[in-house]
Design a protein around this ligand. Structure first.
Ligand code: KG4
Ligand code: ZN
Length: 351
């Protein structure tokens, strides 16, 4: 089965055609991602109105490119998927409306995909990972540890009580005068920095739950930077390295708990799966690898270009849903907020 997928929830205009065979294997026929980074760079972050307008201008071209590269046509595909949320509502409306128009005219089923579900299912496209697995999803807007038990069957084991991890990377970069988007910049600077130089806090470490808190870390970093102002290039590298190490220590502690909670509730996971833009970070991947090994499982980390936002993950999630007959009506509403899962395994005492 062939599905066209459209992603417009943030600052990437993306479309892809993905094939899902009857045995559940996936193949990417095309995957076009047009980043809006240059349009937002001057503002140090994503400007929702600029994003929505840029999606309007680019989407027809991006969809046409994805179709052409896949050597398919709207007649030969089996369904049209779009991310229907969560995300910046202007962009979500653009993508979902375009998918609806194609579905209506070509009489194809519509798949209104949850963007987080698409991140969650990517490992099945790339690695065919069987359920149930433990997902660590860390992006600019989300930080969650999930039990992924089946398509549409997700239990949240932990989340952030304030900033997302990617957001913390982005804010750190901005504070240190590094260009947007900050995650890759901080990682680059950290490579030549001293992670021991600044004693930053490790928020939440030692708590029995699997939740995160990042805003205190960001504040502590700002205070350290102010103490030594004006900062030079090596100070920036050392601050980045110290920040990244603190985040990694927090991830290790929180995920150890998350994996334990998973095992208590659902038995051994088939894998620890990484998803979201932060999973493109090499140091984060290393610690995830170690945690998976310690926990007696394996790490499945899709290639970086499939960890950040893309159309293939939307098309794949659409295909997984279509295979189960989970199609959506043409009046499906776009959603700015759309939680993937209720809180699950943790007891009130743990949180
Ligand atoms: O999943 P994604 O592409 O978009 C969202 O849905 O948010 O994730 C983007 C986030 C940004 O906050 C970006 O700074 C972060 O992922 N990110 C990274 C790295 N690459 C992207 N964070 C740390 N290290 C990286 N190498
Ligand atoms: Zn995302």
């Amino acid at each position: 089965m062939l599905v066209l997928g459209i992603e417009t929830t943030c600052d990437e205009t993306a479309a892809a055609v993905v094939e899902r065979s009857d045995d559940g294997r996936g193949r990417i026929l095309s995957n076009i991602v047009l980043s809006q980074v240059s349009e937002h760079a001057a503002y140090g972050g994503v400007v929702p109105e600029i994003a929505a307008r840029a999606h309007v201008e680019a989407l027809d071209y991006v969809v046409a490119s994805a179709m052409a590269e896949s050597k398919q046509s709207f007649d030969t595909i089996d369904g049209v998927a779009a991310a229907a949320g969560p995300g910046l509502i202007g962009g979500v409306i653009v993508g979902l409306t375009t998918a609806k128009a194609i579905a209506l005219v070509k009489e194809k089923p519509l798949l209104a995909v949850n963007h987080l579900e698409a991140h969650a299912l990517t490992a099945r496209l790339t690695d065919g990972t069987p359920f149930p697995y433990c997902l660590f999803l860390a992006s600019g807007g989300h930080t969650q540890i999930l039990a992924v038990r089946g398509v549409g069957d997700y239990v949240r084991l932990g989340t952030t009580v304030d900033d997302a991890i990617g957001e913390a990377f982005d804010k750190t970069a901005k504070l240190l005068g590094l260009p947007y988007p900050g995650g890759p910049q901080v990682e680059q600077e950290a490579l030549q920095g001293d992670a021991q130089r600044f004693a930053l806090p490790r928020p939440m470490i030692g708590k029995a739950n699997a939740d995160f808190s990042l805003s205190g870390l960001k504040t502590a970093l700002r205070l350290e930077a102010e103490k030594i102002a004006p900062i030079n290039d090596q100070d920036v590298r050392d601050l980045c390295a110290s920040f990244q190490q603190a985040v990694i220590d927090v991830i290790a502690d929180r995920l150890r708990n998350g994996l334990r909670m998973f095992r208590e509730q659902y038995g051994s996971p088939t894998a620890l799966v990484a998803a979201g833009g932060v999973a493109a970070n090499g140091a984060v991947r290393n610690v995830l690898d170690r945690l998976a090994f310690e926990g007696g499982t394996v790490l499945v980390a899709p290639p970086p270009e499939l960890c950040t936002d893309n159309g293939a993950m939307i098309a794949w999630a659409g295909a997984e849903r279509l295979a189960l007959g989970l199609t959506d009506p043409l009046d499906t509403a776009p959603l700015a907020r759309w939680p993937l899962a209720p809180y699950g395994a943790a007891t009130s005492e743990q949180r």
